[in-house]
Design a protein around this ligand. Sequence first.
Ligand SMILES: C[S@@+](CC[C@H](N)C(=O)[O-])C[C@H]1O[C@@H](n2cnc3c(N)ncnc32)[C@H](O)[C@@H]1O
Length: 225
Amino acid sequence: MRLRNIPGAREEIAADRYVIPEDLQPALKGNWVGRFGTNPRPLYIEIGMGKGKFLTSLAQQNPDINYIGIEKYSSVLVRAVRLREALEAQGTVLDNLLYLRMDAEKLTDVFAPAEVGRIYLNFSDPWPKDRHAKRRLPGRTFLRRYRQILVPDGQLEFKTDNRALFNFALSEAEEEGWRIDLCTYDLHADPRLCAGNVMTEYEERFSAQGNPICKMVSRPPADEH
Ligand SMILES: C[S@@+](CC[C@H](N)C(=O)[O-])C[C@H]1O[C@@H](n2cnc3c(N)ncnc32)[C@H](O)[C@@H]1O
């Protein structure tokens, strides 16, 4: 993703009450429910949230689920924060959505075993060079982290228009023993699979260009739990 630097983004997200500062994140490991201040609700996270449209829509549609959006860069996260502010200005209250500016490499420092009900990856950066394969979010290095924090039977949902990355994700999941619950190379062509689909910013852009959208839903091997 080409990153446009937004001056002041770091300060803006530091002042936002829904963005949990990096130094406070590990202390919340195992107690995210308490931070939301709610009765237990499932916790779903999106990694590489980008500008936040997908997760903001899910949070509006599903008030009984807590959501955390994870994004590495302040200049991107600030767009999600502003989107939420715009909704709040129109009277929409979202008490079920928080944000972390962090690198997903640190997931297991921030989430306890079996704390997360579902993980979304949308249009993750492809990192096409072999020497960068370890950075791919659907790759085995990350799958092992996801497996640690997911509840038993928790699912990983992955969408992309990048077939090479999609095939890589499928083979990595299979090699790691994950069960593939759903696999399609053209999500939008199947009304049954597409029902209730919430489009991300990238999904809107690439499907408008005619690119088919691939989607996979998988879950880790049961013997871990
Ligand atoms: C191509 S964009 C897709 C954004 C959004 N999910 C969408 O579908 O519109 C990928 C996003 O993942 C973020 N990202 C990449 N690697 C990450 C990591 N290790 N931890 C957290 N975020 C990451 C990038 O900064 C970028 O915002």
